[in-house]
Write a protein that binds this ligand. Structure first.
Ligand SMILES: C[S@@+](CC[C@H](N)C(=O)[O-])C[C@H]1O[C@@H](n2cnc3c(N)ncnc32)[C@H](O)[C@@H]1O
Length: 174
């Protein structure tokens, strides 16, 4: 698979994380990010609300023993993982190669992100890939950045694909 620029950049940031013990993929989709994380971290918890995404990710990672797949909503991450998490990635939007009706924007991603931020350890990193072109994408990005600002959470942002894709990069000790 050819990785898009936003995905390549997100993986660059993931590689920079110092202690690579526990990572969370909040939206495992087709399993590309989970597989990448599993090569670097001691353990990866991968969530997706769609059974098809869990199936696809399982197919990519079943040869590994450091991946836990969880078919649930990213708003419930804290029910499964309470440990000091070093990295959380939210790759938003819809499942490529499937229907486009299951959208992260319909599930209060802005709240899930704030809740996930709480289980990051003091040096933790969060990466959020926002896609603005599909329905609800722009509003989702706006709600997320508004929520981060209201809660005084600093973030950097990088723009890709003529402004249609935006990477948000958060380091907790910033
Ligand atoms: C852009 S895809 C993720 C791509 C994936 N990271 C990869 O490497 O292939 C977005 C995913 O978010 C999932 N999703 C949508 N709402 C969700 C929710 N509330 N909780 C968890 N996953 C959700 C979709 O099912 C879809 O698989």
């Amino acid at each position: 698979m050819n990785k898009s620029k936003i995905v390549l950049k997100s993986h660059e940031y993931i590689e920079k994380v110092k202690n690579k013990k526990i990572a969370i993929d909040a939206t495992c989709g087709n399993g590309h990010d989970t597989l990448f994380l599993a090569t670097l971290f001691n353990h990866v918890y991968a969530f997706d609300i769609q059974p098809l995404a869990i199936k696809r990710t399982k197919e990519k990672t079943e040869h590994l023993n450091n991946v836990t797949l969880i078919n649930d909503d990213f708003n419930k991450i804290y029910q499964y993982v309470k440990e000091n998490v070093e990295l959380i990635i939210f790759n938003l939007g819809f499942l490529p190669g499937s229907n486009k009706k299951v959208l992260t924007s319909d599930y209060h991603s802005e709240e899930a992100i704030l809740n996930a931020y709480k289980i990051l350890n003091d040096e933790g990193t969060m990466i959020i890939c926002c896609y603005l072109l599909h329905q609800g994408g722009k509003e989702e990005y706006q709600k997320i950045t508004d929520n981060l600002n209201i809660n005084n959470i600093n973030f950097d942002q990088e723009i890709f694909n003529n402004g249609n894709e935006i990477l948000l990069y958060i380091r907790k000790n910033d």
